[in-house]
Design a protein around this ligand. Structure first.
Ligand code: HEM
Length: 118
């Protein structure tokens, strides 16, 4: 159950991020809508909370938990690059966008392999 919530919000965070970047580039006026300002925070909070709940549910801290710390650090990188991509423009935006996608792909690989860089 919690895992399904986690997976759903993983899909929601990446799709809403891509949509918001495209809007920021091509239709920035739409981004001023209140729902588009609040929704990403709600999505990311639920994603984080579901991840933390899974850590307890699976008793993951009892074993080799370096992969969870790696995921956590890369989540901060994903959010940081994401904010940078939303706030900057031109090539800087697209470099930050690539960084965010790279961090996200890395989190996915760590989640599946359970092996991080720590
Ligand atoms: C962008 C952020 C995240 C992505 C893309 C992501 C991705 C995933 C995926 C794909 C799985 C399923 C893995 C599998 O079934 O083999 C998973 C499971 C899990 N995630 Fe995340 N996750 C993210 C954030 C987090 C955070 C922040 C935490 C912890 C604080 C976390 C903790 C966990 C745990 C404990 C599992 C359960 C592993 C299992 O039961 O097999 N995740 N995550």
């Amino acid at each position: 159950m919690i895992k399904h919530i986690h997976l759903l919000f993983i899909v929601l965070t990446i799709s809403s991020f891509i949509i918001r970047i495209l809007l920021a580039e091509f239709k920035p006026e739409i981004l001023s809508k209140k729902i588009l300002k609040i929704a990403p925070h709600i999505i990311d909070t639920i994603l984080l909370l579901s991840g933390i709940a899974l850590v307890f549910q699976g008793n993951w801290m009892a074993g080799e938990y370096g992969w969870i710390i790696s995921k956590f650090i890369m989540l901060i990188a994903y959010i940081g690059f994401g904010v940078m991509a939303m706030r900057s423009s031109g090539i800087k935006r697209w470099l930050a966008f690539a960084g965010a996608l790279g961090a996200f792909a890395y989190i996915l690989s760590v989640a599946i392999s359970k092996h991080g860089f720590i």
